[in-house]
Structures are given as C-alpha cells and as structure tokens.
Design a protein around this ligand. Structure first.
Ligand code: ATP
Ligand code: MG
Length: 201
C-alpha cells in the first residue's frame, strides 16, 4: 500500500489546485527553504483528520487556508485529498462508499473540505467554518475515518509521520516516555485506551 496521489486546493502556500502523483517506494521532495515541502506533509495529516492544528504547524485551523484566497466578503474552500493504492489483497478496508462491487477496490481516497464563510457583520476576523471528511467521496464522520485508518495501521496522531524535531525529542525522552511510543507503534496502546474507557463506563 502506498500514497498514490495528493491533491491540494487553497491549502497553506498552495493557492491553486495542485496534483501530485507519487510512485511506490521512496520519494524525496526537495526545494528551497519555505517553498512548501513540509506543507505537503501537513496536508496529508489534515486529510487524515489530525485533531490538533498545531500538529500541522498552525495556531488554528483557519491558518491552514491559503492566506491569499481568504477574503472578508467571500466564501472560500480548502480541499485536500489523499489517494492510497491498496495493492493486492486489500481485505476489508476501503469498502465505505465503494458500492457493492464484487472485486475489492484497489484505491482508497480520503478527503477533507474546509468551508469558510465571511465573518459576521463588522467582524471579518471571526469567519465561521465547517469541516467535512469524505471516504471515496462519501461524507463520513471523523470516528468512521479513524476506524478505517486504524484497520490499515495508519495513525494520524501517531508515528506514521515523523515531524521536524521529533527525532530530537525522542532522543531526550526518559525510558517510560520512550516505552509509550513503542506501545503506540506496536498497537498495544489502543487496547490500553479501550480498557481504560471500559473501566470508566
Ligand atoms: P524548510 O526547508 O525550511 O523546512 P519548507 O519547504 O518545508 O521549508 P514550508 O514550511 O512547507 O517550507 O512552507 C512555509 C511557507 O508556507 C512559508 O513561506 C509560509 O508563508 C507559507 N504558508 C504557510 N501557511 C500559509 C497560508 N495559510 N497561506 C499562504 N502561505 C502559507
Ligand atoms: Mg520543512
């Protein structure tokens, strides 16, 4: 399984729609400082439903909208989609929104749309927004999305993506904190959370 395509519209530094086809294996994105390399990773996390905008290096969700497109009197939409190639034997994932076809789907697409409405009255600095997730172009809830991602061992809040500074922070952790990461990577932490949840009920 690999990321086959990323499409960004009005996300951070990407003003117009930008489509990035990717190949299997190792991909390097190179470019000058500030040219938008890390913004591409932020976009992937955005589509995968990362809960904290700080994890995408933004103070608030609205900072992810291309600033040149934000206008106090117009609606603006930010859209990101990430298409996975599921390869052979995709099993039970990817069925959401894919109809009742016999053959398992080879592709699985997750998208997120942020609709920003102009600020009310005299306060253009507080625009309202709605965020919608889609699996294969069918709207879904964030928990449905996370359930399917979990089935594919993709954890937007976890360590599929190693951000700038993560390596340094892992090195300077104590043994207990480092063990928590191993539990998270091994999938044990999910069960610990479920046990804690059940005990609290
Ligand atoms: P480096 O090599 O330094 O890590 P990079 O290629 O990873 O750089 P990014 O951090 O991806 O660069 O991009 C930073 C750029 O994105 C900055 O120029 C910043 O102004 C721009 N940017 C961030 N948010 C927005 C936004 N909402 N609208 C427009 N531009 C934005
Ligand atoms: Mg960077």
């Amino acid at each position: 399984m690999y990321v086959k395509q990323i499409e960004l519209t009005r996300f951070k530094s990407f003003g117009s729609t930008t489509s990035m086809p990717l190949l299997p294996g190792f991909t390097v994105i190179s470019g000058p400082n500030g040219s938008g390399k890390s913004n591409i990773l932020d976009a992937i996390l955005f589509a995968l439903g990362l809960s904290s905008s700080r994890g995408m290096r933004a103070e608030k969700l609205l900072d992810l909208v291309h600033s040149g497109s934000l206008h106090s009197h117009r609606r603006v939409e930010t859209h990101v989609s990430v298409t996975f190639d599921l390869g052979q034997g995709s099993g039970h994932v990817g069925t959401h929104g894919a109809g009742n076809g016999a053959a398992p789907p080879r592709e699985w697409k997750v998208s997120r749309r942020l609709r920003v409405s102009p600020g009310r009255g005299e306060d253009p600095d507080s625009p309202a927004y709605t965020s919608t997730f889609y699996i294969n172009d069918v709207p879904c809830t964030l928990s449905e999305l996370h359930e399917q991602l979990e089935a594919m061992h993709i954890y937007p809040n976890g360590y599929n993506v190693v951000l700038q500074g993560d390596v340094t922070s892992i090195i300077s952790m104590n043994a207990k904190e480092r063990r928590q990461i191993i539990d998270e990577l091994a999938g044990v932490a999910t069960f610990d959370r479920k046990i804690a949840q059940a005990n609290n009920k």
